[in-house]
Every structure is written in C-alpha cells, then in structure tokens.
Design a protein around this ligand. Structure first.
Ligand code: AMP
Ligand code: MG
Length: 301
C-alpha cells in the first residue's frame, strides 16, 4: 500500500510538500501540525507505510550502487528538536551502510573557515552509486550565519563585502549554481526542511530536560537560538524562496508529528529514486563467456 493511498488526496505527497514557486513561498502559510487528512488511528498504518518505504529504498539503493552512475544527496535542515536525527535513522534503516554516508555539519573549524564556504561540503559529497545525507549543510551559511553575521569573521577579505543584502543574494546564487553543477553531473538533490512549531519545540526541549537519557541532547545554546526564532523563520523563508529550483527542490515537511515526518520523507525519497529508472548493469556476451568459463573451472575442481 502506498502512503498516498492512505491519504484521501489523489495528488502525490511530493507534490503537496514541494515548493514550486519560491517567490510566493510563505512559511506562515504552511502548517507544522499537518497530519494530511490522517487521524491518530492511522498511526500504525503509517508505520507500515514507512516500513514498506524503507524496504523499497533498500532495494533501490542496491541497484543504485550496482549501476554506479547516479548519486543521491539528501539535505536536512531544521530548527533544534525538529527530528532530523530520528528521521534520518528511520528512513535509512534498511539501507546497506556500504552505499550510504551521513555527514553532520557543526561549527566550522579554523581550517574550514580558511576556505570558501562551500569547500567543506564539497569534500563530503556522495560518489556515484551512493546516497549521501547532509545533516545540516551549506544552508547553515545562509541561516545561522545570517542570523548571527558576526560568525562570518574573517570570511571574505573586504569588510564592505560582508553581510549586506547583496552578500546574501550572492550566496543564494552560488548555492543554486553549485547545485546545478552537481545535478548536471548526475547527482539527484532533495532538500527537506522539517518544519516544527515553536510550541512543539518547547515540548521536546522539556522532554529532553526531564528524561535523564535524553539530557545529552539538550545544549544551553539551543535555548539561546530559540530566542532568535523569528529571525530564523525569516532566514529560512528567504533561503527557501531563493533556492527552490527545478533541479534541486525544497520540500517543507510538517514536523510536529514524527510519524508524519518520517513516512512523508520516506515516500518522497523512494519515489525520486524510483524515477531514475535504475537497472543492474547488463552482462555483455564477452562477460557471459567468462562467467561460463569460471563455472566450468569450478565444476571441474
Ligand atoms: P547540532 O546539529 O545540534 O549538533 O548543532 C550543530 C551546531 O552547529 C548548530 O548550532 C549549527 O547552527 C552550527 N553550525 C552548523 N553549520 C554552521 C556554520 N556553517 N556556521 C556556524 N555554525 C554552524
Ligand atoms: Mg542540537
């Protein structure tokens, strides 16, 4: 059963969450608490759908790896406690670790800051045949860095070049060009913004504070960043508006209900990879001959 069949809407999920007209994109118009038209009673079924999605993804990944032509880059961006880690864990749970890599990006090191802002991300891109996941990404350089421009530090030699409107527009342009370059070279890019509400974040923070086994997930800086909520929302809206392209779409995923987030992401990823028309490499007549010879030798042993 497909997840879409679970929902009463006839349109595919990808379509409902894909940002198609960046210029008109308004974060305030999308609902973080959206459960599509599903109720709590559908929760167990959504888990089934997630399981089917991850199973399908595992099979597709096997072919992706064997064919060795395409790579897939999944980008996850979100406020703290929106569920990035859990979504990555669940969606990729069936996938062969050999064909998959997760890169988490934190505060850049001194060495990283000495390079152009895309450098550290370029080094982590997935090779052909592999799925690469960016847990945070170069989008942080137009999100956290836009909210706290002092982070730019010594980046760019001339002070007058830093932090103005033109500066951010050029970063969006650079990102779009970088992504187009990757797509032209055989990378499929899907970008997910897990859209959690401020209320739900508060609940999840409280949960992290209350449960000792979750304490480690909480850092005092999370509270500080929560204080900049509106600035972040503006930065996200601007970034999504400027970088929703045909070649590298953004999906704004409702994130107040984890079961919805996970099932929707699994469905979108599976469908996108399915769209690649993957196949196992064909065995040539010559290779077949070699295989037959090998078989003969083994039989004769
Ligand atoms: P977490 O993912 O919760 O472990 O936190 C990682 C932290 O690194 C977050 O506070 C991010 O905002 C921060 N971070 C990630 N990328 C950058 C960047 N390019 N510049 C500054 N801070 C960043
Ligand atoms: Mg954190």
């Amino acid at each position: 059963m497909e997840f879409k069949e679970l929902t009463k809407s006839a349109r595919g999920l990808a379509k409902s969450f894909r940002v198609t007209d960046g210029k008109k994109f308004r974060l305030a118009k999308v609902d973080p608490g959206d459960t599509l038209d599903l109720g709590a009673e559908d929760k167990p079924r959504s888990k089934e759908v997630l399981a089917l999605g991850t199973e399908a993804l595992a099979k597709l990944q096997d072919k992706l790896y064997a064919q060795d032509r395409w790579s897939v880059l999944l980008i996850f961006q979100a406020m703290d406690a929106a569920g990035k880690d859990g979504t990555i864990k669940h969606v990729m749970s069936g996938v062969n670790p050999q064909g998959c890599q997760v890169s988490s990006f934190k505060k850049p090191s001194a060495e990283e800051l000495d390079h152009n802002f895309l450098w550290r991300y370029s080094r982590a891109l997935p090779e052909r045949g592999r799925i690469g996941i960016f847990n945070r990404s170069y989008y942080e350089d137009v999100l956290v860095v836009k909210v706290h421009p002092e982070l730019l530090g010594r980046q760019l030699p001339r002070e007058k070049d830093r932090g103005g409107k033109k500066f951010w527009e050029e970063r969006y342009e650079d990102i779009n060009a970088f992504e187009q370059h990757l797509v032209r070279n055989g990378t499929v890019i899907l970008k997910f913004f897990l859209n959690v509400s401020k209320d739900e974040q508060k609940k999840r923070f409280l949960d992290r504070l209350e449960r000792p086994e979750k304490n480690w997930k909480f850092s005092p800086s999370d509270m500080a960043e929560r204080g900049y909520w509106n600035d972040y929302m503006r930065a996200y809206e601007d970034a999504i508006a400027a970088t929703s392209t045909e070649w590298a779409p953004w999906y704004v995923i409702p994130a107040d209900h984890k079961w919805v987030t996970r099932a929707v992401v699994a469905d979108i990823v599976t469908n996108a990879i399915q769209g690649l028309d993957l196949s196992y490499p064909e065995v040539t007549a010559e290779q077949r001959k070699l295989l037959a010879e090998a078989r003969k030798k083994l039989d004769a042993e």
